[in-house]
Design a protein around this ligand. Structure first.
Ligand SMILES: [Zn+2]
Length: 433
């Protein structure tokens, strides 16, 4: 009943967002040839703009750019690394920008080296338009209610004060700050979901999985208004997805994007992640045995990010998806924000190995492997009661067999497992230098 009213009011408040949404919705109906042609043209325009209007790319692209879009080979352009962005931030900024209207955004900085980037209202509105398109894949329509669970404290301090009841009403969106919580908060949030009746739930995978687990354990039925759960910012594990689907009785969509470059991809109803080629160009490059993603934002002319190595792993996937979307597909690696475990012999063990280790061990709410020395791995567990000694022993045995005979596993029961500074839950941490 209120949806249309909200939508109309919100469109008046945010005209640019809905203007930007229209072409995005049109483009997703194009065939793949048309999408890839647009992508090539967008890239060509962007690299020439960057070379002409930023000191950084002027220097790095000197003499390397062809005059024809067909001749541009992105793989010949230099890679943009995080340390480049940290050191060259000012040189990457376009000389056409109005310095009075730009703001600085920050990434979580879980590596201890936070990265900052410039954005403006246009970039923000385009991001929200891209997100609205993603939400619509679930059947959500503008004006319908969304509930966010956010784990990063720094994001919420400001918006909270600014949000009035009126703007919350017309935006049809509420955000719960979830960087610190226990049973009492989970209980409150589950009750709130029942009362608020959102159409979408969005947020960090680990937090939504906790909320889902609480609802299941306490047999609290979630509202039938829900059409989708959008998991973001963290790796979404199968057991979390399964928990969410059971609790909320709707499809779970894995979203892929980062703060610097949002709206990279989205999982469809068939379970494939599609790449939004009208907003980004994605490459997967094998570096030291890992498939690293390089991302180019095709829409950022303020501070161009071209072939940006954001640290995530993944691969492009060929073929067509049964859902009918012409956007190409990709696979995510599970290494986002997690570390590799190392052995003295020089072996590196990917975080995905640890993801499956506890399959079958029941009663775990949250866990984390932390390597504190060459021969010491701590398994921190958050659980209601002690787990079966036998199954934990077999985990230790398996680790020694697979990784290193000298590696000792120590089990610690914790009341809660702390999140990283960015609010993300990390499953595997290596504290060796
Ligand atoms: Zn699909």
């Amino acid at each position: 009943m209120f949806r249309q009213l909200r939508f109309r009011l919100h469109r008046i408040k945010r005209p640019q967002r809905y203007q930007l949404l229209t072409p995005l919705l049109a483009q997703q109906t194009w065939d793949r040839t048309a999408l890839l042609r647009k992508q090539r043209e967008d890239l060509f325009r962007l690299v020439h703009f960057a070379a002409g209007h930023t000191e950084y790319y002027k220097r790095r692209y000197a003499g390397q750019l062809p005059d024809q879009a067909q001749e541009l080979d992105i793989s010949r352009l230099p890679i943009l690394r995080k340390e480049d962005v940290i050191k060259q931030r000012e040189q990457m900024l376009s000389d056409t920008c109005d310095r009075q209207t730009i703001r600085l955004g920050f990434t979580g900085g879980s590596t201890g080296n936070p990265l900052s980037f410039y954005y403006d209202t246009y970039k923000m509105e385009l991001m929200r338009a891209g997100m609205a398109r993603s939400y619509m894949w679930s059947g959500w329509r503008p004006g319908e209610k969304i509930l966010n669970f956010w784990g990063a404290k720094q994001d919420l301090k400001k918006t909270r004060r600014l949000n009035t009841a009126y703007s919350e009403f017309i935006a049809a969106e509420k955000t719960i700050g979830a960087w610190e919580y226990g049973e009492a908060e989970l209980h409150r949030w589950v009750r709130f979901i029942k009362r608020y009746r959102p159409v979408l739930i969005q947020g960090y995978a680990s937090i939504i999985a906790d909320v889902a687990a609480f609802a299941l354990e306490n047999k609290i039925a979630m509202p039938s208004s829900l059409k989708g759960v959008y998991s973001t910012a963290e790796v979404l594990y199968d057991w979390q997805r399964e928990q969410m689907q059971r609790a909320f009785n709707c499809q779970v969509y894995n979203q892929y994007g980062c703060r610097e470059i949002p709206n990279i991809g989205l999982e469809c109803q068939q379970g494939n992640i599609h790449v939004f080629t009208d907003m980004v160009q994605l490459e997967s490059v094998n570096m030291q045995g890992e498939d690293k993603l390089l991302i180019t934002s095709l829409t950022n002319f303020l501070m161009p990010m071209i072939r940006y190595e954001n640290g995530d792993n993944g691969r492009l996937k060929s073929g067509r998806c049964g859902c009918g979307s012409a956007f190409p597909m990709m696979e995510m690696g599970v290494c986002r924000s997690n570390d590799f475990i190392k052995t003295r012999a020089g072996k590196k063990i990917a975080p995905s190995y640890f993801n499956r280790l506890l399959d079958g061990v029941t009663g775990i709410k949250q866990y984390q492997f932390v390597q504190t020395a060459w021969d010491k791995l701590n398994l921190n567990i958050q659980a209601d009661s002690r787990l079966e000694r036998d199954s934990l022993n077999s985990v230790g045995k398996k680790i020694r067999q697979d990784i290193d005979q000298g590696l000792q596993l120590e089990i610690n029961y914790l009341d809660r497992i702390e999140r990283s500074r960015s609010g993300k839950h990390r499953f595997v941490i290596c504290e060796l230098d």
